[in-house]
Design a protein around this ligand. Structure first.
Ligand code: ADP
Length: 391
């Protein structure tokens, strides 16, 4: 009776997992895709994976299909509460919270800051509350962990009225992952979480790094939107803002066009002219593909530079942790990053580093070097834990 249904709802997708936050055991997981478009379907993953088409393709129908499957597998009685991933909590939410009408209004108010994400998250919340009105629903925000950043880290050097009147500041994202990784690091070091000083580098399709002092986020690479910071699969990360008007002029496009270019056609994909997928790029690089090599070199250069910058926030560093699909599975990129941080004393243990792939965690630096670890992240379990804690 202590499982939590975790919902991550996007504009055309709905990911779900039913798991026990104590043990991490997953009873059912899957995703619905192409919602609101032709070809909408839902996929259940597990011992018996299967897919079926949705007639109308609405989020509500997808939710109904998930619940019917839970009923069919006799899992409905296990669902204690529902945890919802919400991307943007603005300055309103410093932690996870039980959803009521007031909370919904506040999440709606944050939609201006995340027009692609928050409205989709809200659709998921409404659909789940409609079908499961008797259960507690909890919102867990990507931004909440970073609300402890001091003003010198979250303010942009732009006129103050932009912050005061329009909320223009750095918010940061991936907070649920950075928080989980900090807790795992504390376990690893056998220290209380609130004594941990570290850098967490979450490297996936989206990537961000975070400086953590005494268990609290004090700086991070993402900003007002998840476009700022590191080089990502299809996102540029940091660029000269002067590029925006320049591109509007030379490409004869508008801000929307440039936004699309920077979010969907840049990053590893744009540089390599091959793929946004890191694994594919590593394979291509090994076969001499110049574009793949260039993209990965820019990726590690910018990552090392960002980590070095984030270190200025720390009184000491207990661990530098790599996580996310790339951070957990690409030893060569971890090594290339650490080599660039040699000035700080980092030395890779090549053998240990090579072993940390596919879920195997551990130390990747040699004796005498500052500590670097490869650790798995688990945002869904963190959402489930937060949810159960509020029950
Ligand atoms: P998301 O941000 O969508 O959650 P993930 O954390 O799953 O993304 O990370 C996806 C990235 O991880 C992709 O670029 C993928 O190529 C990369 N990745 C996964 N496995 C490997 C691997 N064995 N070697 C290199 N990169 C990998």
């Amino acid at each position: 009776m202590s499982s939590v249904l975790v919902i991550n709802c996007g504009s055309s997708s709905l990911k779900f997992v039913l798991l026990d936050p104590e043990t991490g055991e997953v009873a059912l997981k899957g995703l619905a895709e192409r919602l609101g478009q032709p070809g909408a379907h839902v996929l259940f993953k597990g011992d018996e994976s299967y897919e079926f088409d949705l007639q109308q393709g609405a989020h509500s129908e997808a939710m109904q299909a998930v619940l019917a499957e839970l009923e069919k597998r006799d899992l409905m009685t296990k669902v204690r509460a529902v945890g919802h991933r919400v991307v943007h909590g603005g300055e309103h939410f410093q932690g996870s919270i039980i959803i009521d009408d007031e909370v919904l209004t506040a999440i709606e108010a944050c939609s201006a800051l995340a027009p692609l994400h928050n409205p989709a998250n809200l659709i998921g919340i409404h659909a789940a509350r409609q079908h499961l009105p008797h259960l507690l629903h909890v919102a867990v925000f990507d931004t909440a962990f970073h609300q402890t950043m001091p003003s010198h880290a979250y303010l942009y050097a732009v006129p103050m009225f932009l912050y005061k009147e329009h909320g223009v500041r750095r918010y940061g994202f991936h907070g649920t992952s950075h928080r989980y990784v900090c807790q795992r690091t504390a376990q690893w070091l056998r220290k209380p979480t609130d004594e941990i000083c570290m850098i967490s580098a979450h490297l996936g399709n989206g990537s961000s790094a975070c400086a953590i002092v005494n268990g609290k986020s004090v700086d991070t690479t993402m900003g007002l939107t998840p476009l700022e910071g590191l080089v990502m699969g299809t996102r540029s990360g940091d660029i000269d803002p002067g590029i925006l008007p320049f591109l509007c002029e030379v490409l004869k496009t508008d801000v929307q066009g440039v936004n699309e270019l920077l979010n969907r056609k840049s990053g590893l994909l744009g540089l390599s002219e091959l793929s946004n997928d890191c694994r594919e790029l590593l394979e291509a690089e090994a076969q001499g593909h110049q574009g793949a090599h260039l993209a990965l070199e820019v990726f590690v250069h910018r990552l090392a530079k960002a980590i070095a910058g984030l270190m200025t926030n720390l009184p000491r560093i207990d661990a530098l942790v790599f996580t996310g699909g790339i951070g957990e599975n690409a030893p060569s990129l971890r090594a290339r990053t650490l080599q660039r941080l040699g000035l700080f004393g980092y030395r890779v243990d090549t053998q240990a580093n090579a072993l940390c792939v596919g879920g195997k965690e551990g130390q990747i630096t040699a004796a005498g070097s500052p500590l670097a670890l490869a650790l798995g992240t688990d945002e869904e379990r963190t959402i489930a834990r937060d949810t159960l804690a509020l029950c």
